[in-house]
Design a protein around this ligand. Structure first.
Ligand code: MF3
Ligand code: CO
Ligand code: CO
Length: 269
């Protein structure tokens, strides 16, 4: 996701049928990487190993991992457990029974980015609050997507997400947002996950962007650790996120990153 301070206004690209076809291919591969890694997300799994498996699958399918080397990011994927909000760097950490964890994949296929993330429930000792956070976060993503249509505004998306999250007693992270995507990884528009209905720029047919709400069980404040990447909740509360990439059609949104296996939200079996 993009740093929410990058709200520079500018030209938002509008795409035609060939670009939609290219994004469909990139989005599908990203979703296939997620489906592929799913059975490996179990107690004891080392996050660095999950990262390497994803990178190999991506390369075996003719693409590369866009995060690797992006602004100096050191790995192929982001893996963010528990109170990590986003940009968790895979490494020696092993997943434990009861963890919730986000895996965020971005492939670069034939010059186009496919960016998606899902939550996973590790093992069977998931707390009631953690499960509810994951469910509500998924619902928020889908309610945001349902608000997408030509003539609606970006505030409508944020409003749909914020209303549902706050009704459940959760909070919306302010410091990161969704983003335009395509040949460029992060571009205009900035897609805030909170807002007021009818406010903000108009959504136009042919726009490509992500919606990727980060929702905290506690307060929304975030801090970035000394590695310069790992963003965590300041109050150490749990955080969840799902991400899809959409294209705006005549009547709504086409989701480019749907799971071919139908593994939209956990449990994935
Ligand atoms: N995939 C993330 C997003 O949703 C961005 C990761 S960039 C990285 O936008 F450098 F942190 F990996
Ligand atoms: Co993104
Ligand atoms: Co992402």
């Amino acid at each position: 996701m993009q740093d929410a301070s990058h709200h520079e206004k500018g030209h938002v690209e509008l795409h035609g049928v060939e670009d939609f076809a290219a994004m469909r291919r990139a989005g599908k591969l990203a979703a296939e990487v997620m489906d592929f890694i799913t059975p490996y997300v179990v107690p004891g799994a080392r996050t660095g190993d999950l990262d390497e498996l994803c990178d190999k699958f991506t390369r075996d399918h003719g693409a590369t991992s866009a995060p690797l080397g992006y602004r100096g990011y050191p790995r192929a994927t982001c893996i963010s457990p528990n109170h990590v909000v986003c940009h968790g760097i895979p490494g020696d950490k092993r997943l434990e029974d009861g963890d919730i964890v986000n895996i965020d994949i971005t492939v670069l296929l034939d010059g186009w980015h496919g960016d998606t993330s899902r939550m996973f429930l590790v093992g069977d000792k998931i707390g009631v609050k953690a499960r509810k956070l994951v469910d509500v976060t998924y619902e928020c993503l889908m309610m945001g997507i349902e608000a997408v249509k030509p003539g609606a505004t970006f505030g409508d998306i944020g409003h749909a997400i914020q209303t549902h999250a706050e009704a459940a007693g959760f909070s919306i992270v302010r410091d990161f947002c969704g983003h335009g995507v395509g040949k460029v990884f992060h571009t205009q528009p900035s897609v805030l996950h909170y807002g007021e209905a009818g406010k903000g720029d108009r959504i136009l047919r042919g726009m490509f962007f992500t919606i990727e709400p980060m929702i905290n069980a506690g307060r929304y404040d975030v801090k970035v650790l000394g590695d310069g990447w790992t963003a965590v909740t300041k109050d150490k509360s749990l955080s969840a996120q799902f991400e899809h990439m959409v294209g705006v059609t005549d009547s709504g949104a086409e989701i480019f990153t749907l799971s071919p296996k139908g593994w939209h939200r956990p449990p994935y079996d």
